[in-house]
Design a protein around this ligand. Structure first.
Ligand code: ZN
Length: 238
């Protein structure tokens, strides 16, 4: 499971949370939204910024909002001891797709196991609201437990990019060699390929990149450029 980490500009200081006793689940009440959108909405309310600790998007990607160890702003009276997880969508009106549900179960299981929690609540269990909506698959979530580890690939990639002095993800193609190629191979294997991880961008790596691109309707050129990087970062198996 990969959590996409983000940096935000906070309008006021955040405070560390001393206790973590429960998870509180929300919906965004918006059909489509990113963490940046929510950050802006919460800034407009006069808050420090995004109030949820995590957002699970409809494509199954998981984003960090407010840092995990700080007090959130998502459930009045319950913020001091909880982690707030929001699901993109409006589950008063729609059903959750399997990609998003699976990612949400991964994240809830991960947090539950990390903090040894058993208490998982909906926003409406602690406040007068209909959040996270009547179609929210709460019973499936609380009865599921996935054994998941956090995937640190993106953090390792970003460290390597920085170390090598790049300001953005470099274009990587045939005959490249080194740690970044190795990370690309690792990622391709993560989404289902079976490459030898040797840090050499040879014919097999190029073939895998082409197949990866083809499966995602990207331009099939075997070159890891901007678009291919963004799909590798998402790390979703298709
Ligand atoms: Zn809510």
């Amino acid at each position: 499971m990969q959590i996409i980490r983000k940096k935000y500009n906070w309008a006021s200081p955040l405070f560390k949370r001393n206790k973590t006793n429960r998870i509180i689940l929300h919906h965004a009440q918006a059909k489509t939204c990113s963490v940046e959108d929510i950050h802006q909405w919460h800034l407009k309310k006069g808050w420090s910024g995004i109030g949820y600790h995590f957002l699970v998007r409809k494509d199954g990607t998981i984003y960090q909002g407010r840092p995990e160890d700080t007090i959130g702003a998502h459930a009045k009276g319950a913020n001091h001891d909880s982690i707030g997880i929001c699901a993109e969508g409006d589950f008063m009106k729609e059903e959750m797709n399997p990609l998003q549900l699976n990612a949400l179960i991964d994240l809830v299981s991960y947090i539950k196991n990390k903090y040894h929690l058993s208490s998982i609540k909906r926003h409406k269990d602690v406040a007068s609201t209909d959040c996270p909506g009547t179609h929210f698959p709460f019973s499936t979530i609380i009865s599921s437990n996935h054994i998941v580890l956090e995937d640190t690939w993106l953090q390792r990639l970003n460290q390597e990019i920085k170390k090598q002095g790049f300001r953005t993800y470099p274009t990587v193609k045939r005959d490249a060699q080194g740690k970044i190629t190795r990370l690309i191979q690792e990622r391709l294997n993560f989404v289902g390929f079976n490459l030898k991880i040797d840090g050499i961008f040879g014919i097999n790596t190029e073939k895998a990149v082409k197949k990866f691109q083809n499966n995602r309707n990207l331009k099939v050129d075997g070159i890891v450029g901007k678009k291919t990087w963004s799909y590798l970062i998402k790390g979703i198996k298709v």
